[in-house]
Design a protein around this ligand. Structure first.
Ligand code: ZN
Length: 480
């Protein structure tokens, strides 16, 4: 029998922000990494108004191209007559790996047949379960997850996946180094070299240099027009000089958060913030800012429940005027929360508006009309709707204005959450992979390799890794 070859296929995420989805197969063993969606509310089929169907929930997403068309992943009953081999019929031994709990990396994990192991860090699972309890989780079958232990390799047949730790707070962040008998494939996950734990990413770089990387998939989100023009005044990637440092005029994560605190320190009225409720680092930051500024940090029930489960604390709770929270409609999670937390009323807030830092979600933004607007500030702290590209964004601005709140956004031109172009280029040059696949970006072509070749793979095309060299697969290499 011939020795099996290592096959690599990318399904999505080359030139979108997120939605990276690829597989590495060796013989009958297969590793799939990430199962998210490229977030774009302006083109989303399911725009919040179109309802996902019940028995067609998986095949509709395949039909409109949201889900990857991969054999042996979905249940037959979910596929119906959609022409894919189901998980039950497949003889491929598959495991799925998730780097972190962002929807562009994991939005569709719930569609995977429960018999297929999905590896996701236990903190991410804890947050996901809390989101599911409040109805904000991913659409999902009942399923279990396997924990990702930092630097503890997972074997899937002859394939080994090494989870490289990039951040050890909140839901944890990982990169994956995948090794087969033919060579190594690395996926950076979200790459950040200016975060408060940037030293982990530089350690990752040294580890990769030592091991040698044949194929590297690298996040280059920041190579977009806006950042390029701001930093280099040109879109020519040759202007990007590799450097580990934060470029002049731009901020590191720590400086960025220190700057944001100024808004809170200087505000003399009520502070309302709209944040992304799965970000436990941000929740911890707001709780800390409240302590520093002598305010009470108060959360809406849904966000409070996640904070409660994650940190094991009893946050103060503000109850929006919604039928969801009416006594006769209260679900178990809400009763559990209210059993241990203190409620803060509108009257208490009105008596001393400057004593509160209050979380407000877009769905309950009408609460602003019941809150004291004098000297009050609405902090848009990366919550939904995130930016101009979302039609709801203008509506949010309009409501904030009508309610009489001043508006401050955490978005700032000279801060970017992913690695800056010069840093990403430095990381890639140092590791010097034989084949570089820039991805997770509107402009992957702008990340140029040092000595290796740049590959912008065709989606669904099989590439073969043999003796540490990657080549385009011949027709006989394609899956039967
Ligand atoms: Zn991402």
């Amino acid at each position: 029998m011939n020795k099996p070859a290592t096959k690599f296929v990318m399904y999505s995420g080359l030139n979108t922000i997120g939605g990276v989805n690829a597989s590495v197969t060796y013989g009958k063993d297969r590793v799939v990494f990430e199962f998210g969606s490229a977030y774009d509310p302006s083109t989303a089929v399911f725009d919040g108004k179109v309802e996902p169907r019940r028995s067609n929930w998986v095949r509709d997403k395949l039909r409109v191209g949201l889900l990857p068309r991969i054999d042996g992943i979905y249940r037959r009953e979910d596929l119906g007559d959609y022409p894919l081999v189901s998980a039950e019929e497949s003889d491929v031994n598959t495991a799925v790996f998730i780097t972190h709990l962002h929807l562009d990396h994991m939005a569709f994990v719930g569609t995977i047949a429960p018999g297929i192991p999905v590896y996701m860090h236990r903190n991410a699972v804890l947050i996901e379960r809390a989101l599911e309890a409040t109805g904000e989780g991913v659409e999902t079958l009942e399923r279990e997850y396997r924990d990702v232990v930092p630097f503890e390799p997972v074997r899937v047949g002859e394939i080994e996946v090494l989870p490289i730790l990039c951040r050890d707070t909140s839901y944890y962040d990982f990169a994956f180094l995948i090794t087969t008998p033919d060579g190594t494939i690395h996926w950076t996950g979200d790459l950040c070299l200016h975060g408060t734990q940037a030293e982990r990413t530089f350690a990752q770089m040294e580890l990769l240099k030592a091991k040698g990387v044949d194929v590297m998939l690298c996040d280059c989100t920041s190579f977009m027009d806006g950042v390029m023009k701001l930093m280099y005044d040109t879109l020519d990637p040759k202007a990007i000089k590799p450097s580990p440092r934060v470029p002049a005029g731009m901020l590191a994560e720590k400086e960025y958060y220190e700057g944001l605190y100024g808004h809170i320190r200087d505000c003399r009225g009520l502070l309302v913030f709209n944040y992304y409720q799965r970000e436990m680092d941000d929740a911890a930051q707001f709780i800390e800012w409240a302590r520093m500024s002598g305010r009470r940090c108060v959360f809406e029930p849904d966000a409070a429940y996640i904070v409660h489960k994650f940190f094991g604390i009893k946050p103060d709770v503000y109850m929006p005027d919604s039928p969801r929270y009416a006594p006769e409609n209260r679900e178990d999670w809400l009763r559990e929360l209210l059993g241990s937390c203190t409620l803060v009323t509108n009257e208490e807030i009105a008596q001393k508006p400057s004593g509160f830092l209050l979380q407000n979600s877009y769905r309950h933004i009408m609460e602003l009309f019941s809150l004291p607007a004098g000297d009050a500030l609405y902090l848009h702290a990366d919550g939904i709707p995130i930016g101009e590209f979302d039609p709801s964004y203008r509506n949010m601005r309009k409501i904030v204005e009508k309610a009489g709140f001043d508006y401050v956004t955490f978005f700032c031109d000279n801060y970017f959450g992913h690695g800056y172009p010069c840093q990403v280029k430095y990381f890639v040059d140092e590791v010097d992979p034989k084949v570089l696949i820039p991805c997770h970006s509107h402009n992957p072509e702008r990340l140029l390799p040092n000595h290796g070749v740049q590959l912008l793979p065709r989606m669904y095309k099989t590439y073969v890794l043999e003796n540490h060299a990657l080549r385009e697969g011949a027709p006989e290499d394609e899956d039967e």
